[in-house]
Write a protein of this length. Structure first.
Lengths: 304, 274, 516
């Protein structure tokens, strides 16, 4: 299934890069290249072959793990992209972590105290979270926490291996900015799932049997309500990877999103192809794991 | 219908949502008529002004009236977002319904392909599409619509399938009703409702996506007063006058929150249990 | 209380006593050591010294390589690898005496052979070096002996020593120039003040002091880290927080923000850098000089300086020269004149104006600002301009040198000849206006073979007059070059050329934070 996904993505991305308004040979040699030099390069790069043949050649190289050479820097694309992916994944995992720590309790509180002040407050937070695009929240966050309050470094990236505490300090703002929309989304989902579950006959019956509210909640309701959250979080990874593009651009984090933006701006076709493929693969793998996790937990709940 | 409206207005989300969305729609329709200034008129001597009686929300980096620009830009921003969402939904609904109708192998293949397309983040997908077509408002609209279509296709299909399995549909089939009657009277209303809810919420995502495309230099063309473009241009001047950044952001937030609230309100009203 | 006062007094005395000697020491010899962090606003995609195209790339190759000559901050030439130079009477042959005892980073000695091989590589069309058209009219170059080279030119040329300082005319070893030239895309073998430590195009480039640099005193720094900041506002924030020591180039809006910020010095120098509106002079309606002049007459130049430079610039007069260049004398300043513009348009057959699409790439953002402002100004005479922005790569591919109405952006060149031959003569490297004016060409060609300053100034002034009359491109304003540094950085100055940095003269004072 992942294989099929990647096959479709490879077709899409190859098609798009073929028709992008840019000439790979011109991009590589620059604006001062002579016609002869361009023709020679086109021939060596195989740009004169039929499209399907170019696609198959490219695909064959990709399958073998060779993602091509950057037209912009002349370096192999693969290692650069995977290193960048590592940085983005760190950002993504921290964001998901922060989101889970905040969104699930918020959702539960809102569901239990439905219609009360706590519910209102959680709603307010979640609506505020989806009110602005990341580039605006990021801008405001830098202005406020870095420029005015001077609590955190404004932008930049320091590898954790180089200086752990400074590295973390540089990650705080980007992680918060990415998590905001996720927190808003997931806390609402948890709330509505839990509200649904609390209304099922099965929970009502448990309550009638005299089991305490807290116990019902812990032993039955939460498990059923949190299960779908796994799927939602996995689907949100797609959104997360998109958000990473903007956040990395503003915070100068050399992750895969930023690599992709640079590649798209410079019409660095091999880099675009590799970047999109890697992003799609990441998303598919996360969802695949989520599916397995879901099935496994679902079984456990049934037998419980 | 009246009963439904009552239910919608009874929820706080629904009430506030309706209020905000109606307010935004009023601005869309009447904004350009009441704008006090020409939104593109440069005033070299009135740049970076704070709010005043002449310029209610101050002026921007060219000395243009921010208030007038917001009023006029509402059309470019909101109408585009709604249009993109509708187009995306229609494409998605078509694919989703077709997939559910065809069933079997075809359904499997279509859905797997949809999943594959969804594995490319929608922002990235929109980015690629706009780069392909060239940056303009219309192309951004196409990009957002295409980016939304797979998600809508999934939702439509699952709703259509679940509705098909409902007791009342089976009952209607058992009663010997015609297929046309069943689709029209039993299925359609129940399929459309969740899709409208989803669409409403997606409008706010569309506004964000448009704004983000503008931030990356791929959306509306200056000097358009599209709000996302206004915010992204303002980032360069915000240290000279915060208002340039704040007011269009507030406008975007109102639209985003409004449509979100309305969507939630609609969902609650349609599904009284939750 | 008394105790405290006394201690304070003693400490104060000690400080006063210590100051003169400290101050003297600093003036005499800058402190050695330390790591300097400098930011750039674009990726350093290319470190091949013959293929660089943008300022951040020039910055890095300037650290790693040397030219024959280099440009001082006052735009005059000083020796680098060449110690002295002399032309023949006719200015058609130039002899350069080279520095001896210099070695490349790989330990091999630097000789005249390397200079010859480097220039042959630059001039070879297959290399596709941007320097090819900018190093002067070189016909041949020969090594007279190990420490002397002679350039034979195709015609008289007075500016050759300046051309030798061109940003992509860095000297590389002959073994690489005639061998694996491509290998310089990922490594660096130069004679520059610093050696390459690591290279990540989109994040960080690190260089360390070259202990064998030909001047034992320089560089003062142990290490330089070049950091890439894609977002200019983020770059400004990093400067304010002290994360970086120098912002290589800043936009006027960020300059205003940093000005007055604690511990930050803003730097500003007038320059010949400009943004222009290019006309395709072979395409209707822009093939009619009256139409071009009419549009130029709609421009309110004072307002334009405000819109595109926030006041950090000077009014332009539709010629690429201003007071920052040598041999400059102004011609009559063009002012906004709507009546005259309408008259010209009517004469040209457009009494009701016309509609045209003006293309502006998205980098730097000032291109769009200029386009939007021109759109409003041209409205006055009935010309409808639709602004079309596009990603810079698309612009280079589809519009640059091909379009007939678009916004350009150019660094100041070292000489008037440099800018004219880059953009405006019929044989210009980037003849983007296709203006092809014979009288203008003749004046520029005569001036490049003229040594006498007054005579040369007169020729360039005549050339400017023709240009001002014909308007192949509107140059509404010039930019000042803006930069910023922490107060603990000493010896750094903003260079009018915007692509020269001279970081080997920079040092850190005792106030600088200690960094690994």
């Amino acid at each position: 299934m992942i294989v099929y996904t990647l096959f479709v993505v490879s077709l899409i991305v190859f098609a798009i890069t073929q028709v992008l308004p840019a000439d790979a040979a011109v991009m590589m040699l620059g604006e001062n290249a002579t016609q002869e030099a361009l023709d020679a390069l086109r021939a060596t790069m195989g740009l004169n072959a039929p499209i399907w043949q170019q696609y198959l050649t490219w695909l064959w190289h990709v399958v073998q793990g060779d993602l091509g050479t950057s037209l912009r820097t002349g370096q192999p694309v693969g290692p650069v992209m995977f290193e960048a992916l590592g940085r983005s994944l760190l950002l993504a995992f921290l964001s998901i972590g922060l989101m889970l720590v905040l969104a699930i309790p918020l959702g539960i509180i809102a569901a239990i105290r439905r219609g009360k002040v706590a519910d209102m407050v959680v709603s307010l937070i979640s609506y505020a979270g989806v009110a602005l695009p990341e580039f605006v929240t990021a801008t405001i966050a830098v202005l406020f926490f870095a420029d005015w309050l001077k609590w955190l470094p404004p932008t930049g990236y320091v590898p954790l291996t180089e200086d752990f505490s400074r590295g973390i300090a540089h990650l705080v703002l980007p992680v918060c900015v990415i998590s905001i929309i996720l927190i808003a989304h997931v806390s609402r989902m948890v709330r509505s799932e839990l509200v649904d579950v609390l209304h099922t006959d099965y929970i009502r019956a448990a309550r009638l049997k005299g089991i305490s509210r807290g116990q019902v909640l812990r032993r039955h309701a939460l498990r059923n309500a949190l299960l779908p959250t796994i799927t939602i979080v996995a689907l949100d990874v797609g959104y997360l990877l998109g958000g990473v593009i903007v956040v990395e651009e503003i915070f100068a984090i050399p992750g895969i999103g930023r690599q992709l933006i640079v590649a798209i701006q410079a019409r660095d076709l091999p880099a675009i192809q590799a970047g999109v493929l890697i992003m799609a693969a990441t998303y598919s793998i996360v969802n695949f794991i989520a599916d397995i996790l879901y099935a496994w937990l679902d079984k456990r709940i049934q037998y419980d | 219908m009246i009963d439904f409206t009552k239910r919608l207005l009874k929820t706080p989300q629904g009430a506030i949502g309706i209020f905000l969305v109606v307010f935004v729609l009023l601005v869309v329709v009447f904004g350009p008529l009441v704008a006090p200034h020409d939104p593109e008129k440069l005033s070299p001597l009135a740049r970076y002004k704070g709010p005043s009686l002449t310029y209610w929300l101050g002026t921007d980096q060219y000395g243009r009236d921010i208030f007038s620009r917001l009023l006029i830009g509402a059309r470019a921003t909101v109408v585009m977002a709604v249009l993109a969402t509708i187009v995306g939904t229609l494409i998605g609904a078509l694919i989703g319904t077709a997939s559910a109708f065809l069933g079997g192998r075809a359904d499997e293949l279509i859905m797997r392909t949809i999943d594959a397309v969804m594995s490319i983040p929608s922002l990235l997908f929109a980015l690629l599409v706009v780069n392909l077509l060239g940056s303009s408002t219309v192309n951004a609209l196409v990009a957002v619509a295409i980016a939304f279509a797979p998600g809508m296709a999934r939702i439509t299909r699952s709703v259509a399938l679940s509705v098909r399995k409902q007791d009342y549909v089976n009952a209607a089939v058992a009663r010997g009703e015609s297929a046309g009657y069943i689709i029209r009277r039993e299925m359609l209303p129940n399929v459309i409702a969740p899709i409208i809810v989803e669409m409403t919420i997606r409008v706010s995502f569309a506004v964000m996506l448009f704004a983000t495309l503008s931030f990356l230099g791929l959306g509306a063309q200056p000097p358009a007063a599209e709000w996302g473009l206004m915010v992204s241009e303002a980032r360069r001047y915000m240290h000279l006058s915060a208002g340039i950044l704040i007011w269009p952001s507030v406008a975007i937030a109102i639209v985003a929150v409004g449509f979100n609230l309305l969507g939630d309100g609609l969902r609650d009203a349609l599904n009284p249990r939750a | 209380m008394l105790e405290m006062k006394r201690r304070f007094f003693l400490a104060g005395t000690a400080a006063i006593l210590a100051t003169p000697s400290l101050g003297f020491a600093q003036a005499a010899a800058p402190a050695k050591g330390g790591t300097l962090k400098i930011s750039v606003d674009q990726a350093v995609s290319v470190i091949h010294p013959l293929l660089t195209r943008v300022n951040p790339e020039y910055l890095v190759t300037e650290l790693l390589y040397s030219n024959l000559t280099r440009l001082k901050v006052d735009m005059s030439v000083e020796p680098d690898l060449a110690e002295s130079w002399t032309p023949n009477e006719a200015l058609t042959e130039w002899t350069f005496k080279l520095r001896t005892g210099v070695t490349f980073h790989d330990g091999s000695p630097f000789t005249a052979k390397d200079v010859v091989a480097t220039f042959k590589a630059i001039l070879d069309p297959a290399t596709a070096s941007p320097g090819r058209n900018n190093v002067g009219p070189i016909a041949d170059i020969v090594a007279v002996d190990d420490a002397t080279v002679m350039f034979k030119l195709t015609g008289a040329y007075a500016d050759l020593p300046v051309s030798m300082a061109y940003t992509s005319a860095r000297i590389i070893p002959a073994s690489i120039a005639t061998g694996d030239l491509k290998s310089l895309s990922t490594k660096a073998v130069g004679t520059g003040p610093f050696k390459l430590v690591s290279y990540e195009p989109d994040r960080l480039i690190v260089v360390e002091r070259n202990e064998k640099y030909y001047d034992p005193a320089r560089p003062y720094l142990d290490r330089v880290e070049v950091q890439v900041f894609p977002d200019i506002s983020a770059e400004g924030s990093a400067m304010m927080s002290g994360d970086i020591d120098i912002v290589s180039t800043i936009q006027p809006t960020e300059y205003l923000r940093l000005d007055g910020s604690d511990g930050v010095d803003v730097l500003r120098t007038p320059s010949g850098q400009f943004c222009n509106i290019n006309f395709g002079c072979d395409t209707a309606p822009f093939n009619d000089p009256r139409v071009r002049r009419a549009i130029a007459l709609t421009v309110d130049r004072e307002a334009m300086v405000g819109f595109v430079t926030e006041g950090f610039g000077t009014e332009g007069n539709d010629t690429p020269l201003n007071g920052s260049y040598q041999f400059f004398k102004g011609v009559k300043q063009r002012e906004q004149n709507i009546e005259e513009a309408k008259k010209l348009l009517a004469e040209a057959g457009f009494p009701n104006g016309f509609e045209a699409t003006l293309v502006a790439s998205d980098r730097p953002a000032v291109r769009t600002q200029l386009a939007v402002a021109l759109k409003e100004m041209a409205k006055e005479v009935g010309i409808t301009i639709n602004v079309q922005t596009m990603p810079h790569a698309t612009y280079l591919e589809q519009v640059w040198k091909k379009g007939s109405f678009y916004v350009g952006f150019y660094n100041m060149q070292p000489t008037p000849d440099g800018i004219f031959k880059l953009l405006y003569t019929s044989d210009a490297s980037w003849n983007e206006t296709r203006w092809n004016n014979k009288a203008f060409d003749a004046l520029v060609n005569e001036a490049r073979g003229t040594i006498d300053t007054d005579k040369r100034t007169e020729l360039y002034t005549k050339a400017q007059e023709i240009m001002n009359e014909e308007v192949p491109s509107i140059i509404p304003s010039f930019f000042d070059v803006l930069s910023a540094k922490r107060s603990w950085v000493s010896g750094y100055e903003a260079h009018p050329r915007a692509s020269v940095f001279r970081l080997d003269y920079v040092s850190l004072t005792a106030d600088a934070p200690k960094r690994g």
